[in-house]
Structures are given as C-alpha cells and as structure tokens.
Design a protein around this ligand. Structure first.
Ligand SMILES: C[S@@+](CC[C@H](N)C(=O)[O-])C[C@H]1O[C@@H](n2cnc3c(N)ncnc32)[C@H](O)[C@@H]1O
Length: 193
C-alpha cells in the first residue's frame, strides 16, 4: 500500500532516522542482527536509511525493495558497496531464488500490506534454512489510533500481534526472540533448517 503524503514526510526526516537508529536497529542487534558477509533483503526500504544502518554488517549483498518508485528514487543518492534498491512488491519476490537470503529485515512494513500473509510466505521461501527474519510491527489497535488522528492508513490493513505471531508460525517461521512494548513488538524468527 502506498503511503499518504503525511506518512511519507513522517518517514523521511531526522527524527524518524534517530528512532530507527537508536531504538529499532539496536533491538534487532540485541536479537542477533550481527555478523558480516550476509545476504540481506530489506522489505519496504523507504528512502534507504535502513540500508545505511545495515551496511555496518558489511553485507555480501544488500537489496532494498519498496513498492513506491518515489522512495526508490530517493535511494539513488546512496552509494554503498554491494547494495541495490528495487521497486518491488513484497507479496511477489519472484526475482529472488528460493533459499538465497540469509537475513530479511522489516522495519514495520507488513501492517501496510493487506496480503501480509503472502509476504510472509515469500519471505520464508527466499530465506536459507537457518536464515533469520528481523521484523517489528505495531498492533492493529495502534495503527487504528494513529489513523484516527493522522489518516495515515487504510483502517482495514493491519493485524493484531497475536494474529501476526500465528501468521509467522503458520508460514514456517519459528519465533526465537522478541522485544515487546505495548502494541509494538520486535521479533527475530528463524526458518528452521
Ligand atoms: C512506514 S514506511 C517505512 C519506511 C522505512 N523502512 C522506515 O522505517 O522509515 C513503509 C514503507 O513500506 C513500503 N511498502 C508498502 N507496501 C509495500 C509492499 N507491498 N511491498 C514493498 N514495500 C511496501 C512503503 O512504500 C513505504 O516506503
């Protein structure tokens, strides 16, 4: 789902980058987003700040995908080794072979996608056995609250965090660790292998 103008601005500013760096990325690191030479896929990479954070891992390959060409256009000014950015829908990752990615990283995107279960299925497919999904998502209640104030989201999008956890397990992803704030959780899940 495309962002509204307001959310686009909210996602592309220094405060958002500060929170992503100091809180969200650190939680993923605490849960095992470490090591060098990994093949990393970031879903919903936006304007590419996640790519800069993930470049600290010196990935063998980094691909950032986003549905919005405007976001990918903003990544053109980023020059990182082994990195590429593509306009792509998370529900169709057919450009990626089965079991070709070590880490999939998602900074709060799947609640934007009505077919989020299809995206989970695609993530599971592209991960190598033993590969990890690092994902953070808000509960539908939080999404609905923000929507009432800022009209950011289509209200029918999203899920409860219980539904999301069940969805991961239903799609063959085992939750290894989580950091749980009220209505907002970060997870590390593995594709068993
Ligand atoms: C809330 S923004 C987050 C951007 C960035 N990752 C961040 O944390 O600041 C959500 C991003 O997901 C993208 N997106 C929404 N639906 C998508 C889909 N089906 N496939 C890929 N990207 C999608 C949007 O275009 C947007 O850039």
């Amino acid at each position: 789902m495309r962002l509204t103008k307001l959310e686009f601005l909210a996602m592309n500013n220094p405060l958002r980058r500060y929170v992503q760096r100091q809180l969200e990325f650190r939680l993923f690191q605490q849960m095992g987003l470490t090591g060098t030479g990994k093949r990393i896929l970031e879903i919903g990479c936006g304007s590419g700040y996640g790519a800069k954070l993930l470049s600290r891992l010196s990935p063998a390959r980094y691909v950032g995908i986003d549905l919005m060409p405007e976001q990918i256009e903003l990544t053109r000014r980023i020059d990182l080794p082994n990195a590429e950015f593509l306009v792509m829908d998370a529900t169709d990752l057919s450009d990626f072979e089965d079991e070709s990615i070590d880490y999939v990283v998602v900074f709060g995107i799947l609640h934007h996608i009505p077919a989020w279960r299809t995206a989970l299925s695609e993530i599971q497919r592209v991960l190598v056995p033993g590969g990890r999904l690092f994902v953070e998502e808000p509960d539908r209640v939080l999404v609905g609250f923000v929507d009432r104030w800022f009209s950011w989201h289509v209200p029918e999008a999203g899920f409860t965090l219980d539904e999301f956890e069940t969805g991961m397990m239903d799609h063959g992803l085992e939750i290894l660790d989580s950091r749980e704030y009220p209505l907002f959780h970060s997870y590390c899940a593995v594709k068993p292998g």
